[in-house]
Ligand binder design. Sequence first.
Ligand SMILES: *[C@@H]1O[C@H](CO)[C@@H](O)[C@H](O)[C@H]1NC(C)=O
Ligand SMILES: *[C@@H]1O[C@H](CO)[C@@H](O)[C@H](O)[C@H]1NC(C)=O
Ligand SMILES: *[C@@H]1O[C@H](CO)[C@@H](O)[C@H](O)[C@H]1NC(C)=O
Ligand SMILES: *[C@@H]1O[C@H](CO)[C@@H](O)[C@H](O)[C@H]1NC(C)=O
Length: 797
Amino acid sequence: MNARKTTLVLPNLIYLFFTSTLVKLGRVNSVPSRPLFACDSSNPLTKSYLFCNNKLPINQRVKDLVSRLSIDEKISQLTNSAPAIQRLGIPAYEWWSESLHGVSRHGRGYRFNGTFDENGTILNGTATIKAATMFPQIILTASSFDSQLWYRIAQAIATEARAMYNVGQGKGLTFWAPNINIFRDPRWGRGQETPGEDPLLTSRYGVSYVRGIQGYTIQGKKTSQHLQASACCKHFTAHDLDNWHGITRYTFDAKVSKQDLADTFQPPFQSCVEQGQASSIMCAYNRVNGIPSCAHYDFLTDTARGQWHFDGYIVSDCNAVPIIYEQQGYAKTPEDAVAAVLSAGMDVECGSYTTRYSRSALEQKKITEEDLDRALYNLFSVRMRLGLFNGDPRKIGSFRKIGPEQVCSEEHQNLALEAAKNSIVLLKNVNNLLPLSKAKSSSFAVIGPNADSPQVLLGNYEGFPCKTTTIHEALQLYVEGIKYHPGCNAVECSSAEVEQVVEIAKAVDYVVLVMGLDQTQEREKLDRVDLVLPGKQQSLIKSVAEAAKKPVVLVLLCGGPVDISLARDDDEVGSILWAGYPGEAGGLALAEVIFGDHNPGGRLPVTWYPKDFAQVPMTDMRMRPDKSSGYPGRTYRFYEGKKVFEFGYGLSYSTYSYEFASVTRNTLSLNLASYANPFLKGSNITQPLLISHMSKQFCETGKLIAVVRVKNNGKTPGRHPVLLFVKTGVQIDGSPIKQLIGFESVNLNEGEFKEIEFPVSPCEHLSKANKDGLMTIAKGVYFLVVGEAAYQINITA
Ligand SMILES: *[C@@H]1O[C@H](CO)[C@@H](O)[C@H](O)[C@H]1NC(C)=O
Ligand SMILES: *[C@@H]1O[C@H](CO)[C@@H](O)[C@H](O)[C@H]1NC(C)=O
Ligand SMILES: *[C@@H]1O[C@H](CO)[C@@H](O)[C@H](O)[C@H]1NC(C)=O
Ligand SMILES: *[C@@H]1O[C@H](CO)[C@@H](O)[C@H](O)[C@H]1NC(C)=O
């Protein structure tokens, strides 16, 4: 302590000396009272600070910085809006920015209508950049099953973010995306933000997104000394309920089995950290088996930092700390709440409770200064990794050249269009009703509450889009004189103008209905309570379809699935397209699909359940079915009930066929006799064995390559995602019906085939979690499955 104090005194004196000199010289403005960036070379003290020496490794610089801080300064930093530490030339920093599918106007860090001055005040009307590219909402982009596309989108977002930062419209570079919670229940209002219900799909999405945002290559190599921006894997963990019949995320205690945790909820977070190298994790509001996520030492410290070697900062969801005391009653006092999160491993709170109660928690010896130091170490490390401690990042940083012209560039807007086009899912197309002919002789109507709304295209966590074209406007680019009617008063459709739209439908050759949900029906803090279309939408569809001359085209905009079995089974509804919330270019993308300029190839990233599924309590976290109580289980991996549409379902204007061209081997031997371990030697091999007991040799040499040949048998070129599943011959305790183990999207001309190599590793892809949450492998028969094609693999003792 003493040594620390003396080292502080000297620089302070020098600083005072210099400032007073500068004041005399009339140059005080060059050293702002609140600096815009740290380690400004015009600040005479910068040279004396070890933490400003960018030749030293970051850990040394951060240690130096933290050692210079007083207790009050340390405490002041534990909030998302971290204040400046003026005497050290360290600026304020805003940790909270959002970038789910484009630089977002939500969060505190980015403004589209003004710049931030040195004090973080918004100077209205000074913004250079008034819009950013709004890509499709994630649930749609996931349907492309295309990790390169996800990566390119994230790269574009990071570029636009740096451009906004460089012109003073951002006051942080830490973005709280991706949302990689499993879309466990179709009613979840935030399911739209996620890549769906499958752990592998979600993991791959998260990894691609993080690599793109942080400026890594698609393979995860670092190309710059600095992070381009920081991504955050959220919400850790088992967080997928917002507000269902008054049960909220703030108090919900998710009862999760070790088995479900191991093979459903945790894998996306593990990949996000291990493969994505994400520089942040957000802990969730809810409790998991009684313990608040942000106070969960086992998750935050043992698992994330210990097992997965996470090296970034851990932030709480916003105001997740006070609720631990105020709503969950888990902590007895505010200080206990603060102690619980800091000692569990949380580094910064979104909110200011921790800054408010850390001093008293210290005095009550509920936390130690070391707890604060650890948090500060993690926080300042990330700020340094972003290049924010090397002088003005807009003048000397690796990303200084990114300018406003790179925001809403043609390239990015085309990418938003490509993403929407390659993700839209064709669910029904009887007698090839689609694509419609562009012939001028036909007449058209577009009907529905989502047909002419620019806002619905965006989904939540949106920013201000470069340009939006509604579906109605986009269809007009193809055909003239389209009749339009919203049909309903709003998306809730409490009243419908059935007579008027029926008259319109009778008068034209083709009708496109644009129905579904919007943010009034599903959003953050609002889960649905049923799975049907709102209000009178369903009856409107029926009336219009009956009245129309030809079968109608139904377009659904919604994040979560709806039970549209009536339309699916109605001959008067010829085609159904699902377009999620397709982003700023979604209207154009739909028009291209409808008129045949693009062949749709998206495949559903979630199971579409029948409406009866709404009888299952949303609070029941179990993934696996329970036959004794009639609990049906969840997602394609476990749910055995009727489906409206399956995970992976999606048609095209072409048809595709698959075969296994070659598989490097069809038998794998566990080779138990060779083990010295008596546990394995001669063990009862009808029981699965722990992966951790298997030899590296088995896990490595057991790897095989399955080559799948996919052919476009149609007359239209298309992009087609190929999905490889594994099925077990023998059902053992809680094993999935099938499991996605690989996917890849390929372009195929008419008649063309391609071969895709899928690596299959027994320990990774043929293993299953047991009741203790440990991965196991069993001898027996396995099938690799693509479409109708199956290939048998035997694992022998
Ligand atoms: C400026 O933009 C933010 C979102 O970026 C918005 O919340 C705020 O209302 C806008 N303010 C003005 C004055 O337009
Ligand atoms: C920022 O705040 C400081 C301290 O309150 C003040 O002296 C300074 O003038 C402010 N700067 C601007 C640009 O308003
Ligand atoms: C900018 O506009 C916001 C919202 O209208 C207002 O609260 C704020 O005071 C304005 N800032 C300045 C510097 O005028
Ligand atoms: C091996 O396990 C099976 C299934 O649990 C059991 O029925 C059998 O009795 C066991 N055999 C031995 C030798 O332990």
